[in-house]
Ligand binder design. Structure first.
Ligand code: FAD
Length: 473
């Protein structure tokens, strides 16, 4: 039997691609080497981190209900139950993917997949199960969707700092710490570091974040990041910016982290119960057979054209393995677009409109150009801002931290970017993405009626503020 498409990897890119391909009538199989489907995102990424972020936020809020007239005893933590909530959430999601494969008649194989290209150019995927058993799936097309893994951090001597998931943690270990650490050092002030830092800070850990750059959240709008840093500091985060970690040494109890200030002002050290290395992720293609198959890479990622095709006929790649932001929804969009292209349709991803969310409290959400990017691109822009402190619903919720910022083209008024800091802005950003997807202007947004009282009125008011006509400020 020959498949139309074999997808290697069942993360958001791979599983969505397989389901869409099957919907479009392609005979499709998925190969996954983990025991469960869903990839990094569902097993050790987006889903378990959000389960812990939500639960830990409820714990934090339970202690602050008195201003609402709700008097409760000091909340106590049952960490094992919180971890069970996380594990149950993961199980429900990964089982959901297995169900969807069955429903859509996607054949699934658990085992490590390797791309094989014959001398004549015929394609196959060899699947090796955990017990060593092998089988070969012949196919017309292959989608590589093997995702990414943790980027290693090197000490001052260039040696890789070893992750033991006990005291020296990756994000995976940070999702399953058995006891709340008294102190946690986080290397890297990016999304994963700040999300996992928020979880453990809320549960009682002293959190120190060491960051190489002079700011937190690189890639996000600088003004938003600056305000966000102040809010996190109020929550008890300590930041050491412009600082390079030079060594991480396990000690009898805990771990010692050495660092050097980048401005030459000196070196220092900090001991903690654990350290989380959150310095980024790199594409993962170990054992995939890319070299033997002659698949070309660029800067470590599989090189693809606009239609996700690699240089080898019939072999495509999507998700974290290829260029672009390492985000689950970007991988999903690529999965759908690739399936549609293979079915003869016109699949397409609008890379200018990929939202990015930090699921802390408050949340940070962004889509499109930052103010810095707009200036660097030489665009003349108009900017409208509106604070949640002037929004009635936000006041009723005591969620007045943060603001909405809209960046529009000075000449055409087309919205180029929207950046938000505030409660549930991860949901509010979808409105901005839809507007930008349709090429909308700030005037379009400003003239749309928003329900009152909602936080979304702050988005409308920011659009009004682009031309200096916000009502409530
Ligand atoms: P992956 O999800 O990495 O899936 C690849 C799959 O391929 C894996 O299951 C792997 O086992 C399998 N595989 C690898 N090699 C082989 C092989 N040879 N044979 C068979 N199978 C193989 N993104 C967001 O958008 N929102 C978030 O909130 C978010 N939170 C995150 C939190 C954490 C802690 C982490 C680590 C990541 C988070 N991400 C988030 C990023 C997100 O997880 C990735 O962008 C997304 O999973 C990429 O999808 P993918 O399909 O490309 O690859």
């Amino acid at each position: 039997m020959t498949y139309d498409l074999v997808v290697i990897g069942s993360g958001p890119g791979g599983y969505v691609c397989a389901i869409r391909a099957a919907q479009l009538g392609l005979k499709t199989a998925v190969v996954e080497k983990r025991p469960t489907f869903g990839g990094t995102c569902l097993n050790i990424g987006c889903i378990p981190s959000k389960a812990l972020l939500h639960a830990s936020q409820m714990f934090a809020e339970a202690g602050k209900l008195a201003p609402f007239g709700v008097l409760v005893e000091k909340p106590r933590l049952d960490l094992a139950a919180m971890m069970k909530h996380k594990d149950d959430t993961v199980a429900a999601n990964v089982n959901g993917v297995a169900f969807l494969f069955k429903k859509n008649k996607v054949a699934s194989f658990i085992g490590s997949g390797r791309l094989i290209v014959s001398r004549e150019g015929a394609l196959a995927v060899e699947v090796q199960a955990a017990d060593g058993a092998r089988q070969t799936l012949e196919t017309k097309n292959v989608a590589l969707a093997t995702g990414s893994t943790i980027a290693p951090l090197r000490d001052a001597s260039g040696a890789e700092i070893k992750i033991d998931e006990e005291r020296v943690l990756s994000s995976t270990g940070a999702l399953s710490i058995p006891e709340v650490p008294q102190s946690l050092v986080i290397v890297g002030a990016g999304v994963i570091g700040l999300e996992m830092g928020s979880v453990w800070r809320r549960l009682g850990a002293q959190v120190t974040v060491i960051e190489y750059l002079e700011r937190i959240l690189p890639g996000f709008d600088a003004e938003i990041a600056q305000r966000f840093q102040k809010i996190l500091e109020k929550q008890g985060f300590v930041f050491r910016l412009k600082t390079k970690v030079t060594n991480v040494a396990r000690q009898e109890k805990g771990v010692a982290v050495s660092y050097a200030a980048l401005d030459g002002s000196g070196e220092g050290g900090i001991t903690a119960d654990a350290v989380l290395i959150a310095t980024g992720r790199i594409p993962y293609s170990e054992g995939l057979g890319l070299e033997e198959a002659g698949v070309a890479l660029e800067r470590g990622r599989v090189k693809i054209d606009e239609g996700f095709a690699t240089n080898v006929a019939g072999v495509y790649a999507i998700g974290d393995l290829v260029r672009g932001p390492m985000l689950a929804h970007k991988a999903e969009e690529e999965g759908v677009a690739l399936a549609e292209i293979l079915a003869g349709q016109h699949g397409h991803v609008d890379y200018g409109v990929i939202p990015s969310v930090v699921y802390t409290h408050p949340e940070v959400a962004s889509v499109g150009m930052t103010e810095e990017e707009a200036h660097a691109a030489g665009r003349a822009v108009k900017i409208g801002k509106f604070p949640f402190s002037a929004n009635g619903r936000a006041r009723a919720m005591r969620e007045t931290d943060g603001f909405v910022k809209i960046i529009a083209d000075a000449a055409t008024d087309r919205v180029l970017g929207v950046h938000m800091l505030g409660a549930i802005t991860g949901e509010l950003i979808a409105e901005a993405a839809v507007l930008m997807g349709f090429g909308g202007s700030s005037e379009d947004l400003a003239r749309i009626c928003h329900a009152h009282p909602t936080l979304s009125e702050a988005v409308k008011e920011a659009a009004l503020a682009v031309d200096g006509r916000a009502i409530h400020i």
